[in-house]
Design a protein around this ligand. Sequence first.
Ligand SMILES: [Zn+2]
Length: 45
Amino acid sequence: MELKELKCLRCGHQWWPRPPLDKPPVRCPVCQSAAWQIPRKPKGG
Ligand SMILES: [Zn+2]
């Protein structure tokens, strides 16, 4: 079984997921952002 290290795209924190691994954590444990998987969109555009 392979585990993937998770990385928060908001604060850059990296951590290993804890079971159950069904679904990714809802929030980043550090910045508590629920959008940790979503990179910041460039302003404007
Ligand atoms: Zn974070």
